[in-house]
Design a protein around this ligand. Structure first.
Ligand code: GUN
Length: 287
């Protein structure tokens, strides 16, 4: 059996098209959704990510405000910038690109964001809302993974979902979203003994580890939906995920490619969150 591909590029494109028309509607009523992106320092990967986020905003008619700050920026100065953006009514979403330089406490910075503008979904209030099943911003990567499953009709209800990785950005919120969608959820991580014993029972398998070839064909249940969140380089320098794609695609029922899978969906969900933030702000000001 060869797995069918879940095409993240195509799905992201259709989501961006829908967002574009909703943005047009908001702009017609006098509100242009706006995302502020703060980049501290000159990490090359972060520069690429940020450039993409700014271009994405422009492609759907949103405004982006890119603030580039030097590595030497003090924590106090960054917090002051966040406070200013929190109270700026023309800014609907704020994203502080991670990682931050070592002298800045990322936890403190995220805590300073207004939860109403926390389009990354990283604030403790957003995390708490997800945990309790309340409305709030969902972290973009797991949110995008859920949309990918939905797009191909894989309903988590009653299924065994195994999440490999327990980060605050992907693994933990992914587990919560799958639980909310009525899956039975197992979270595996670096201290899990016999990872394969768990993954082989997964109907839905999400790999979010950051190490290539973590999931091989022998670790996958025939017909499973395999979502690859990894973003690694192989020996030839080519982008690859956490899953041995060539092997696993012969066993799985559905699989996401890298590149062209989760990555574009993460970017699309950031736009979706920013649009939601702008609509909520408009509703608050009208009410
Ligand atoms: N660095 C890598 N991924 C992300 C992300 O999704 N959001 C932010 N803010 N920084 C990141």
């Amino acid at each position: 059996m060869t797995a069918r591909l879940i095409d993240g590029n195509a799905l992201a494109r259709s989501i961006r098209d829908e967002i574009t028309s909703r943005v047009q509607g908001l702009r017609a009523s006098g509100v242009q959704p706006a995302l502020a992106v703060i980049l501290v320092g000159d990490d090359p990967a972060s520069q690429v990510y940020v450039r993409h986020k700014v271009a994405d905003c422009e492609s759907v008619g949103m405004r982006s405000i890119l603030e580039r700050q030097p590595t030497s920026l003090s924590e106090a100065a960054l917090l002051a910038r966040i406070h200013a953006l929190n109270t700026d009514p023309g800014v609907h979403g704020i994203l502080v690109q991670l990682p931050l330089p070592a002298h800045i406490d990322a936890g403190k910075v995220i805590a300073a964001l207004s939860p109403a503008k926390d389009v990354d979904g990283f604030h403790v209030q957003s995390a708490g809302a997800l945990m309790l099943g309340q409305p709030g911003f969902r972290p973009c990567t797991p949110y995008g993974c859920m949309r990918m499953l939905q797009s191909v009709g894989v309903d988590p209800r009653g299924r065994h979902a195994v999440v490999v990785g327990r980060s605050n950005i992907v693994g933990k919120p992914m587990a919560m979203m799958l639980l909310q969608a009525h899956a039975t959820v197992t979270v595996c991580h670096s201290a899990t003994a016999d990872l394969g014993a768990f993954t082989r029972t997964a109907d839905i398998l999400v790999a979010a580890v950051g190490r290539r070839n973590t999931i091989t064909a022998a670790m996958v249940k025939p017909g499973a939906a395999v979502i690859d969140v990894g973003m690694n380089r192989d020996d030839a320098g080519k982008l690859c995920g956490d899953v041995d794609f060539a092997g696993v695609r012969e066993v799985a029922g559905w699989i996401t490619p890298v590149p062209g899978g989760v990555g574009p969906m993460t970017r699309a969900m950031l736009l979706a969150n920013t649009l939601d933030a702008a609509q909520a702000a408009q509703a608050r000001s009208a009410g």
